[in-house]
Design a protein around this ligand. Sequence first.
Ligand code: PLP
Length: 379
Amino acid sequence: MAKLGRELRARGFDITDLSLGEPDFDTPEHIKIAAKKAIDDNYSHYTPVAGYLDLREAICSKLKRDSNLDYTPDQIIVSTGAKQSIYNTVMSIVDKGDEVIIPTPFWVTYSEIVRMAGGEVKIVHTSIDNGYKITPAQLEAAITEKTRLFMFSSPCNPSGAVYSKEELTALAVVFQKHPQVFIMSDEIYEYINFVGKNDSIAQFDFIKDRVVLINGLSKGYAMTGWRLGYIAAHPTVAKACEKIQGQVTSGATAITQRAAITALTGDMEPTARMVAEFTKRRQRVMELLAAIPGIVCSEPEGAFYVFPQVNNFFGKADGDDKIENADELCMYLLNKAHVSTVTGSAFGEPNCIRISFANSMENIEKGFAKIKEALGKLK
Ligand code: PLP
């Protein structure tokens, strides 16, 4: 959608981009200064594959500070973005024919990496009535002897669902009964949480050895282009990820790693300001959605997306285009309303679309006005 949007923009159309998957803010000043200093201090050589020791220590301190989790540096592997952390994790754990349970809606990369590893993706559909969260009964029913991994994000991209401590406890109790299952807990949106503090499933000691916690700097510090993610896991999993990474990238960029220490140990005020802005936008977006007849949407508890159900528009036409599914609706919104969004089919929920509010309030107002007008023409 971003590519199609750029093409239309190049042809002179005024495209409003509500498909963005990254904060529309700049990296905080103190982190940029740390990176410039790292260049001047000649951090220009290979780093340890797992990441500098002082960075891994900083990550351990962060996990203690924010989540009261105890990890040691040998359990931390720093990678080139959370995406590579997820890749390393799946490649380490999943063999050909292993089953991997992924509740919908899910970040599209999860299923594709599992397929690259030769694993069998087992989708479990959640419902809007349950806030797009998997229930313990659904989880229990999906686990077999071949299940090797469960993958989820909280806060969730794209639904914004955030699992509470009680909900995580109930899932952990199910995992306790199935010692063959690892749990990949993607917490990259940790700080963009509108309902409280992030709870991690790694807090339960009886399953902690099987939890691979994924996090990174992209979303919470507006550092998507810097490419830094990490895992916290049992040393056996960490070692396996280190081995894979040693043959693939040799580790994350030295400059980014030095700047990451400043990000993780430094002033959190810029993050708080960014989240305050997302909070205002989320409220406005919910008002704008409520004013569009036919749209059904749950309120996101975290991240910076709304994930409305749009199937009320399927089978309708504007006299020109007939809309049969979410893919076609997204194309209709792009071509007729000049707003880019992302189809829910990419996230395993084909009745929905993802609309990002990582854009200015002005562009959000403009984009939603155009969406409302275009949807109003579908009869
Ligand atoms: N996990 C989720 C749920 C995401 O939405 C994203 C990015 O969109 C990532 C991981 C990847 O983050 P990174 O930029 O650190 O690779």
